[in-house]
Ligand binder design. Structure first.
Ligand code: HEM
Length: 415
């Protein structure tokens, strides 16, 4: 999409975004005069918005398109070339239906939670026997890798789960980083796209007509709008778009442990609540409070107007997810960890946006939110039940790093 430069040249913020991390956009938005913050990103004019009404504006596909919006380095690490994230209109809707069917089924989500719980308890028993401290982030990623492999129908051996966990973490860790972290992310993606492509090929050679196909079978048999199977590479990319973010729930699990350590009364509340309601409230508050996805972006499909501000066709539109999740106009005391805000008052539609907003079937909102919330609630409950101590370590969470984590990865010693 051709874009016209603004009359007054604006400073390019790419470096600021990379070095200031989570603080960059919220700070800029706070200091902006109007309803939007204008800058340049990757050499292109960019406009940032936030708030529930901005979510509806941003997720209207008449307003914002994704084709050519994502830079190559992000595709080659985080999402993969040809991913659902890059599609628009009917092609997007048809591909998205695959994810919605697989990820929005309550029984299937519950099944994944059962597998996660089982793998978690096995891992904790093993760690307890070994008597070694556990780096929670690494262990959670491996537990999730074992569980999602079972769930997605990826055949044994289990021994491959550690490599998968490591590679999926690398893909997320390196997408916005220069240098070695980025290189590791690219290599991890190539390795896992090849592995997933092999699995897709094998399933296609001996198809089943199961009524409830596994994720691997469903992706392998999914057809494009033209009736053709996805090419093997695209199928591998989309299988990874289920496996990788499920493993990435390890970030939220580690943040949850950080929260239970800093505000231990929630551990007591969790233990005293067999209904799971407090676990659910904690899961939502972890997703709101802690930094993970900073913002999402797309390109203005045509000349637009937002709250009187003109946005030219081709402008990069950014939705400030982290800023919105801490906006004092939406959240009382946004920098307090307060799970009860989710149990005491009805949820504002499109207020909480750690995984995007709008209608996931029609727009690009994350289809994995049910899975994220259910798996996180499961592991929050497990963490609250577990007897452990937290040895001295560096638990600071640097906001300049994307994605970030407590520096130690959260080490715990089992009782
Ligand atoms: C999209 C965040 C977990 C699958 C997204 C988006 C965000 C996000 C911010 C982009 C929304 C947009 O472009 O407007 C997260 C976070 C997660 C998570 C923070 C926690 C770990 C999951 C899980 C799955 C998943 C568990 C699958 C099992 C996807 C897919 C898309 C997506 C396929 C692309 C949707 C589209 O373009 O239509 N996610 N997600 N995510 N997520 Fe997640």
């Amino acid at each position: 999409i051709p874009s016209k430069p603004f009359a007054a040249p604006l400073h390019d913020s790419t470096l600021g975004a990379l070095t200031r991390g989570y603080a960059w956009l919220p700070d800029r938005m706070r200091s902006a005069d109007g309803a939007v913050y204008r800058t340049r990103l990757l050499g292109r004019p960019a406009v940032a918005v936030r708030g529930p009404e901005a979510v509806l504006f941003f997720y209207d596909e008449e307003h914002v398109v994704r084709k050519q919006a994502l830079p190559g380095p992000v595709l080659d690490t985080l999402f993969g070339r040809g991913a659902v994230h890059t599609l628009d209109g009917d092609a997007h809707r048809a591909r998205k239906a695959l994810f919605m069917t697989l990820l929005k089924d309550d029984e299937s989500v519950a099944h994944l939670c059962t597998l996660v719980r089982r793998r978690w308890r096995d891992a904790m028993e093993e760690a307890s026997r070994a008597g070694e401290p556990v780096v929670l982030f690494d262990t959670a990623a491996e537990v999730l890798a074992l569980a999602v492999r079972d769930w997605a129908g990826i055949p044994p051996p289990d021994a491959e789960a550690a490599g998968l966990a490591h590679d999926c973490v690398a893909m997320v860790d390196g997408f916005a980083a220069p240098g070695l972290r980025h290189l590791r992310a690219r290599r991890a993606r190539t390795r896992q796209e090849n592995a997933m492509g092999g699995l897709v090929g094998a399933v296609r050679e001996s198809p089943t007509d199961d009524d409830s196909p596994t994720a691997l079978e469903a992706v392998a048999q999914h057809r494009n709008l033209d009736g053709e199977l996805l090419d093997t590479h695209t199928a591998a990319v989309e299988l990874l778009n289920i496996v990788r973010p499920t493993i990435a729930i390890a970030w939220f699990v580690t943040f949850a442990a950080h929260a239970l350590h800093r505000w231990p009364h929630h551990r007591k509340l969790l233990r005293a609540d067999p209904t799971g309601k407090h676990a659910l409230a904690c899961a939502h508050e972890v997703r709101r409070f802690y930094p993970f996805a900073p913002f999402v972006g797309g390109l203005a499909a045509r000349d637009l107007t937002w709250r009187g501000e003109r946005i030219e066709k081709g402008t990069m539109l950014l939705l400030d997810l982290y800023g919105q999740n801490h906006d004092p106009d939406l959240w009382a005391h946004p920098y307090r960890f307060e799970p009860h805000r989710f149990s005491r008052a009805p949820r504002l539609p499109d207020g909480l946006v750690p995984q995007g907003g709008g209608d996931p079937a029609r727009g690009h909102r994350c289809p994995g939110e049910d899975i994220t919330v259910a798996v996180l609630s499961t592991l929050v409950t497990e963490l609250a039940e577990l007897e452990y101590s937290v040895p001295p370590q560096d638990l600071t969470i640097p906001l300049s790093r994307v994605p970030t984590l407590p520096r130690s990865g959260f080490v715990l010693s089992l009782a």
